[in-house]
Design a protein around this ligand. Structure first.
Ligand SMILES: Cc1cc2nc3c(=O)[nH]c(=O)nc-3n(C[C@H](O)[C@H](O)[C@H](O)COP(=O)(O)O)c2cc1C
Length: 232
């Protein structure tokens, strides 16, 4: 999904940098608030987040990509978000909706958009993505200049690689490509493109049968169904 989005954006003239967080040194936030007090804007850790915070502030559009892990982003993505604290100031603002927010430390960077991509194993969007979606929607509504521009949620993601779903895979690739192009050219993404990605690939019943058959096929012994193992 994201590769296609990037290709579309590049075609429309965007300069894109792709960063894989797991390849980088990103320590966890300790909640010391030194970045808000003793050294405003500067974290106690001088790791790769120093460079990423700069890139983040300078970007016109940030694309967050994470598989759905326990109904939210991966741990490293959450750590990345936590470590953005230095780019905010500690003071509290109330916006026109009475949402509390922290002012931008670098408002000269201007308005910024962001788009969210996630893929999940379960076949339903309802409930499954609530945590991830809620986090990013709050990130948008409780910030001064960050605006959520798009959400792409793929369900039953593991089966999409099966040749029988090639047509659906192409449709998703095409929608993401078009969305990447559209956001650069028009500054928005059509809701239909996002919806087409999250339309169910199969019925829940079919999915359940295929998923169970897949796990069973891994060793042919149905050991995945064993329920009397001791916790080790
Ligand atoms: C630790 C872990 C937690 C997961 N939690 C969920 C979950 O809460 N909901 C869900 O639908 N799928 C869950 N999955 C399945 C993944 O979202 C699914 O395999 C997805 O395809 C991963 O994306 P990827 O193929 O891009 O790695 C989980 C997988 C792992 C390994």
């Amino acid at each position: 999904m994201v590769n296609n989005f990037i290709e579309g954006a590049k075609e429309a003239g965007a300069e894109v940098e792709y960063i894989k967080l797991k390849d980088h040194n990103i320590k966890e936030c300790t909640g010391c608030y030194t970045c808000w007090t003793k050294t405003p804007g500067r974290c106690i850790f001088q790791d790769d987040m120093t460079m990423f915070r700069k890139k983040y502030c300078e970007a016109d559009l940030v694309v967050f990509e994470s598989p759905l892990y326990i109904f939210n982003v991966t741990g490293i993505m959450k750590t990345f978000m936590d470590r953005l604290l230095p780019i905010m100031k500690p003071y509290m603002l109330l916006d026109e909706n009475e949402y509390t927010l922290h002012p931008d430390r670098f408002p000269e960077a201007g308005e910024q958009g962001f788009v969210v991509f996630s893929a999940a194993g379960f076949p339903n969007v309802e409930h499954n993505f609530d945590g991830l979606k809620g986090m990013y929607r709050c990130w948008s509504s409780h910030s001064e200049n960050m605006n959520l521009m798009g959400e792409f949620f793929l369900t039953a993601a593991e089966i999409i690689v099966h040749p029988v779903y090639a047509e659906r895979k192409n449709l998703i690739a095409h929608a993401c490509h078009k969305a990447g192009k559209q956001i650069v050219e028009e500054g928005k993404i059509n809701i239909e493109l996002m919806q087409s990605v999250q339309d169910p690939t199969v019925s829940i019943e079919t999915f359940q049968q295929q998923a169970d058959a897949f796990w069973e096929s891994l060793d042919g012994k149905q050991s995945y169904m064993v329920s009397n193992l001791k916790i080790t």
